[in-house]
Design a protein around this ligand. Structure first.
Ligand SMILES: *Cc1c(COP(=O)(O)O)cnc(C)c1O
Length: 382
């Protein structure tokens, strides 16, 4: 599909034929051609008409165009999962002998990718806090890629992306950030100088806990690299049906994020005055330059008098579960996450306390969530 066609389709908005308000799903593996010349022109790269769904599909392209626009990037490419987006990006950028700096408390499976695949592949990797990367202008000297999350996983520490992007540029280092927590509604890292933004679209972008997907947004140059290398050759493509669900999710993303933020603000205000709470990790607007909102994923460290297991079991509206970003509220106790396999457990490596829980505040009524939380906490306090 040509660019102008896409724009027309999106501005309808998303309408298909017959005045339908949602776009059609091109559930097809291939696209055929009418004659030899047209087929040959496509193969020679003289036309960009859809050919084969591993590399290109109009429904996937609709989602990619919306994401590029939302993150203010030149282009985007979808992947089968957030991990496919992360691995396809890093394998396209790095070659044996290269150096990578990664932020502490990175998403656990991203950490395993680095330790179990990238390190054996010959990449030298070191981990640093955001404060270190931010304050040492020479830390990225001779480094090929800096991999960031802001906030990072579990501890929710934020980093000044403008500063890190400037250090990276000075040393010719490519900066990559996982922006899943903030979404394009609350943070646009490309406008702060970061080179490549990626998302686990499974979380807020989908927003309905019914799809696993990933997406990368950047300049035409870097997205071109991914389309040339890891998208076709590793083949972790995003499917048309998934893309359609993601377009559905994107239409309510700003409204959902406002509601997550409203509930999170209520929790942060009330938690900060409770004696049983040692720390609330929930970054908000202007905690670092460019952060425009507070999403619904936070972590809480309890004081010793709270029985964390009892607290979590007493919750009725919060379900036990990994992932986040959907309607339903979730609790993930650090003690549960720490129970995962030992050597590549990033929570153990980075010293996450077992008195911590991660909460994903969903879209249930805020006061109902608070009273559920408060009554579980009171029952669990000695
Ligand atoms: C879930 C998650 C991922 C991985 O995404 P998948 O879609 O599960 O592959 C990456 N980064 C963060 C911050 C996540 O929460």
């Amino acid at each position: 599909m040509r660019d102008e066609d896409l724009k027309t389709q999106l501005s309808r908005p998303h309408g298909g034929d017959f005045g339908s308000v949602t776009p059609p799903i091109y559930q097809t593996s291939l696209f055929t051609f009418d004659d030899f010349t047209a087929f040959e022109a496509r193969m020679a790269g003289e036309s960009d008409r859809a050919l084969y769904t591993r590399v290109q599909n109009p429904t996937v392209a609709s989602f990619e165009a919306m994401m590029a626009k939302a993150e203010q990037g030149e282009a985007a490419v979808g992947f089968a999962s957030g991990m496919a987006a992360i691995s396809s990006t890093l394998f396209a950028l790095l070659k044996p002998g290269d150096r990578m700096v990664c932020i502490d408390h990175v998403y656990p499976d991203a950490y395993r990718l680095m330790e179990r695949m990238l390190r054996p592949f010959g990449i030298e990797i070191s981990y640093h806090s955001g404060a270190e990367i931010e304050s040492d202008p020479d830390l990225l000297r001779g480094v090929d890629v800096v991999y960031l999350e802001s906030p990072n996983s579990m501890m929710m520490e934020v980093v000044d992306l403008q500063k890190v992007a400037a250090h990276a540029k000075r040393h010719g280092c490519i900066s990559v950030i996982d922006n899943s927590w903030a979404t394009p509604v609350f943070q646009n890292p490309l406008t702060l100088g970061i080179d490549i933004v990626l998302h686990s679209a499974t979380k807020y972008i989908c927003g309905h806990s019914d799809t696993v997907a990933g997406v990368v947004i950047s300049s035409a140059k870097y997205i071109g690299m991914l389309r040339d290398l890891t998208l076709p050759l590793l083949g972790g493509k995003l499917a048309p049906m998934e893309s359609w669900l993601l377009v559905r999710g994107l239409r309510t993303l700003p409204a959902r994020m406002r509601e997550h933020e409203r509930t999170a603000n209520i929790f942060v205000d009330r938690l900060s005055v409770l004696p049983q709470i040692k720390a609330v990790n929930s970054p908000g607007p202007n905690d670092v330059p460019g952060l425009k909102g507070r999403s619904g994923l936070m972590s809480i460290e309890f004081a010793p008098e709270v029985d964390v297991r009892r607290f979590a079991n007493e919750l009725t509206l919060f379900h036990f579960g990994v992932s986040w970003g959907g309607f339903e509220s979730l609790v993930l106790p650090a003690a549960v996450a720490l129970a995962q396999e030992g050597a590549t457990n990033s929570l153990k490596r980075f010293g996450v306390p077992d008195t911590m829980v991660r909460l994903s505040l969903g879209l249930e009524e805020a006061e109902a969530l608070w009273s559920d939380f408060k009554s579980a906490l009171d029952k669990a306090t000695a």
